[in-house]
Design a protein around this ligand. Structure first.
Ligand SMILES: *Cc1c(COP(=O)(O)O)cnc(C)c1O
Length: 441
């Protein structure tokens, strides 16, 4: 499939162009980028910019495709809330029967808000759970604590004893598997802060089994994020399977293997991956090493499910040229979408309105208004010529977009709209400056 920069006519079904006729004799046509059936200019008009727009139908489709890949195995998808914690999206996923992977008390509270019954499918990960967070999770009756250190194990036992409850747990082991991804989101090497080294795991399981307030239930791993090669997952799972056998021989009850998340998406327009094939390869990499073990598999995908289903719609405020270099200054900034500044990440940018007649392109930097050189969305990018006032869509912004947004430069965070076919729902209103100032006196 060939694609020209900034144009993605094949981008179905979440964001795709629709042709509209214009002019007195309807001779000229214009292509308008839509989310499902709704033209983005209409949403921008109604809700303002910058604006996060998500496609509910695409999220559902990806969840179903992911579930299909694992249909031969006993499993639960625990969506990783930190990828996009919008209540509207959590509600959609809860309605599909998903469980959730949370990394803070705040994320747990979000899950409980959308469904009190979902608590039974919640796993709690993270290296720094506070006593308050542990207590809230125990009271909610979550499925599993993924414990990451000996000190945390003691804290969990103490908390459970005080509340006269029993904590179900897995130890998150560090399989020491290198994964080709950005160093900030690689987590499965021994030099990273995550997990317990494999060689120490057995003695820690033995220690956990000594507390009547702790119930060992599984083994957990998570090797990183935005990993598009399935081999590291296979390698990690082989090491986990070996550990499961050892632990069972030691007399522990291992019902669950939590494989974590981390399967990546295509941000670059040149790479084309068939989703069904891709998740089938991933499923094979995880399931083959576990064959015969009779465990319930927990999966924690985040980015994979929601990333391509979201776009950040922004308006060109100004054009400027410095020494021959062209800039489009847009109304979105690094506080709204941090990935380019934080990880030097690539996001495809699409013109929302394309005039078929005017086919000219230009090479330009797309930058935000924040006072940092790192505040850019694209550098030296070939895009259809844009004018001031035009709309651009920064694609694949559904994951680690709004959830990483901040109020830097005292910028209110964008609104979020969830589109479903022909309907659009505002799931989070735009912040006001008054919202930002309220906690200060
Ligand atoms: C971040 C994270 C995930 C989700 O990662 P994705 O790359 O979004 O799939 C899953 N599990 C844990 C423990 C995480 O920290």
């Amino acid at each position: 499939m060939s694609r020209s920069p900034g144009r993605r006519p094949e981008r179905l079904p979440a964001f795709s162009y629709r042709a509209v006729s214009r002019g007195l004799f309807r001779r000229s046509t214009e292509s308008i980028l839509c989310c499902d059936r709704i033209p983005l200019p209409r949403l921008a008009e109604h809700f303002g910019t910058p604006l996060y727009v998500y496609s509910a139908s695409m999220i559902r489709e990806r969840v179903r495709g992911f579930e299909r890949a694992f249909r031969s195995a006993d499993h639960t998808v625990c969506y990783s809330v930190k990828a996009n914690s919008s209540l509207g999206i959590l509600r959609l996923l809860a309605a599909m029967g998903a469980g959730f992977d949370v990394v803070s008390g705040g994320e747990l509270e979000r899950v409980l808000q959308v469904s009190s019954r979902a608590a039974r499918k919640v796993v709690f990960s993270g290296v720094g759970k506070t006593p308050d967070e542990i207590e809230a999770a125990l009271r909610a009756g979550i499925l599993l604590f993924n414990v990451e250190s000996e000190s945390e194990l003691s804290a969990l036992a103490g908390c459970a004893a005080r509340l006269k409850r029993v904590a179900r747990l897995a130890l998150r082991v560090n399989p020491d598997v290198p994964a080709k991804t950005h160093p900030y989101i690689s987590t499965g090497l021994h030099q990273h802060k995550f997990g317990i080294p494999l060689v120490e795991a057995r003695s820690l399981y033995a220690r956990a089994s000594g507390s009547k307030h702790l119930k060992i239930r599984g083994v957990s791993v998570h090797i990183g994020s935005q990993i598009t090669d399935v081999e590291p997952f296979r390698l990690a799972m082989e090491r986990v399977a070996e550990l499961v056998n050892q632990l069972r021989a030691d007399g522990h009850r291992i019902d669950y293997v939590d494989a974590g998340g981390g399967l990546g998406i295509d941000y670059e327009p040149t790479e084309v991956t068939d989703f069904e094939e891709y998740v089938a390869d991933y499923a094979d990499a995880l399931l083959r090493p576990l064959r015969g073990l009779k465990v319930h598999l927990l999966l924690e995908p985040g980015r994979l499910l929601v990333g391509p289903a979201g776009a950040l719609v922004t308006r060109v405020l100004y054009r400027k040229t410095n020494d021959g270099k062209k800039f489009a200054v847009v109304d979105a900034a690094m506080n709204d979408l941090l990935r380019p500044a934080l990880y030097d990440a690539y996001h495809e940018i699409a013109a929302v309105q394309l005039l078929d007649a005017a086919d000219s392109t230009e090479t330009i930097d797309v930058v935000g208004p924040v006072c940092e050189t790192g505040d850019f969305f694209a550098r030296d990018r070939k895009l259809p010529a844009t004018r001031e006032g035009d709309l651009l869509a920064i694609l694949d912004a559904g994951a680690y977009g709004m959830s990483l947004a901040s109020n830097y430069n005292t910028r209110p965070r964008p609104a979020e709209v969830l589109v479903d076919g022909k309907s659009a729902k505002l799931v989070r209103r735009r912040e006001s400056v008054a919202d930002l100032l309220r906690p200060e006196n």
